[in-house]
Design a protein around this ligand. Structure first.
Ligand code: MLT
Ligand code: ZN
Length: 478
């Protein structure tokens, strides 16, 4: 990688930063900063004069003040798992990366009030484990949870597999600590279930993708930990059948549904091909699959029986071809692995264009059918790989390059492909970004989808909090 040219401004800034965070808190060698300059999907290659790794909120605040005084732009970064380039610096080498990784303390877990206070750099799974150790559940589960960090998950307002039951990241946030673009620290770490005291500032920062300030810690809401879980992988004849199956589980016992995921035959085939240890627990592959998980903290809920009752009737009614029920935690994890490895398997298969879209839950089958047809008409041979969170209406309508195509040639068509999918999504009353955010990839969509008063208000909020545009420039707003 070519060396990043360091300007005099940056040289002076670096020595000021070093005085705050020490040698250990500052990376400047291109070989050290390189991992922070590329996104998980390898869509963006940025450059930076430095990655600053403050040890606590006070250090971060001092760092932000130093950058702000010099008009240097900053890019907050957590686990660097964004699907939309939300944490990648620009290619001109002008932006400093703020890594939250060393703000990694679980400050408190309270199993009586069912809350936890956790710093931004804690990997989500570590936070989940800390909640579990106190007998609680930290809801929200995503494929990247071992790497993704609290601050990034909140900044992106991630969703994941359990949104239908517990909501998105924003629904878990009771309080926040934020460093503002001028270096002020807002301590809003309140653990209150009710607090009507003016504008709800915390929700402004959740989902803002680091464009309004940097989240440094949060008070998160916990849930009772399920004591009984039942999981099935179902082969179904169509996406419509998967959708009807979901409705039947809802009619049976809506409070028990922990996840209801859809997978296409194409996506499953990629997982079986590329992921070591993945195997299909069914007699034969199908064109469509549903993964249903029931869970409850209630004793004696007999979820296994509930699962069997609904599935047996679905089989009689032609909605189900085959099903595998997990008999152990190991089998449960093996079934989830088939779902969780979809993104990784797709990456190994080749270039893909992702559409993280949502529609009203009942319209998911139409989305899958119509977007598949539209993309196949646009690029013959394109491989539609829809999968995701059927139970909340969020489908990852991803497209894999046609076999034999050059990856770059395929990716050059990304806007045409995304626009084709989005036209269907718009007809169905959906959104162009359900849980991945806008990042660097999708600001160009904002005027068409969120223009007028909505985008105008967003711009005014941005101008009020970050008048010099130093916080994660180029992300979210066009
Ligand atoms: C997932 O649910 O696995 C991710 O959000 C996926 C993706 O779009 O690849
Ligand atoms: Zn997802």
């Amino acid at each position: 990688m070519p060396d990043t040219p360091i300007s005099d401004l940056h040289l002076e800034l670096l020595s000021a930063l070093r005085a705050v965070v020490g040698e250990r808190g500052l990376l400047t060698a291109p070989s050290d900063t390189a991992p922070y300059c590329e996104d998980w999907r390898r869509l963006y290659q940025g450059r930076t004069p430095a990655v600053v790794r403050p040890a606590d909120t006070a250090e971060l605040a001092a760092v932000i003040r130093l950058c702000a005084q010099r008009g240097v732009a900053m890019v907050p970064q957590g686990g660097n798992t964004s699907m939309v380039g939300g944490a990648t610096p620009s290619g001109d080498g002008s932006q400093v990366v703020l890594s939250l990784a060393r703000l990694n303390r679980v400050r408190a877990v309270d199993p009586v009030d069912m809350t936890m206070v956790v710093e931004a750099g804690v990997p989500w799974r570590t936070a989940q484990d800390a909640a579990a150790a106190a007998g609680c559940l930290l809801p929200l589960s995503i494929s990247s949870e071992g790497t993704a960090q609290v601050g990034g998950i909140l900044s992106a307002n991630a969703g994941g597999n359990n949104t239908l039951r517990y909501g998105n990241a924003r629904d878990l946030v009771l309080g926040l600590e934020v460093v503002l673009p001028d270096g002020q620290v807002w301590d809003g770490l309140r653990a209150l279930r009710k607090d009507n005291t003016g504008y709800c500032l915390r929700q402004l920062f959740v989902g803002a993708e680091g464009t309004l300030g940097v989240i440094t810690a949060a008070v998160l809401k916990l849930a009772p930990r399920p004591t009984e879980v039942a999981v099935a992988l179902c082969a179904v004849p169509s996406a419509a059948a998967a959708s009807e199956l979901f409705r039947r589980f809802q009619r049976h016992d809506p409070a028990a549904i922990q996840a209801f995921e859809y997978m296409s035959g194409a996506g499953m085939a990629f997982v079986l091909r590329h992921i070591p240890g993945a195997s299909l627990p069914l007699a034969e592959p199908a064109a469509h699959y549903a993964l249903v998980e029931l869970a409850t903290p209630r004793a004696g809920a007999q979820l296994r029986e509930a699962l069997e009752t609904v599935l047996e009737q679905a089989m009689v009614d032609g909605l189900l071809l085959d099903a595998a029920l997990a008999d152990s935690e190991a089998q449960r994890q093996a079934i989830w692995k088939l779902r969780e490895e979809h993104a990784e398997a797709q990456k190994r298969e080749g270039a893909s264009v992702k559409n993280d879209v949502s529609v009203p839950v009942s319209r998911v089958p139409e989305l899958i059918e119509q977007a598949t047809a539209a993309c196949e008409a646009l690029i013959p041979g394109i491989r539609a790989v829809p999968f995701g969170h059927l139970g909340d209406g969020n489908i990852h309508f991803n497209l894999e390059q046609p076999e034999g195509w050059d990856a770059a040639e395929f990716l050059a068509r990304d806007h045409a492909i995304m626009d084709t999918v989005n036209a269907v999504v718009q007809r169905l009353g959906g959104s162009f970004s359900a849980e991945h955010g806008v990042g660097l990839l999708k600001p160009y969509m904002m005027p068409a989808w969120r223009g007028g008063a909505e985008l105008d208000t967003m711009r005014r909020i941005k101008a009020a909090l970050d008048p010099d545009g130093l916080m994660n420039p180029g992300k979210v707003l066009p």
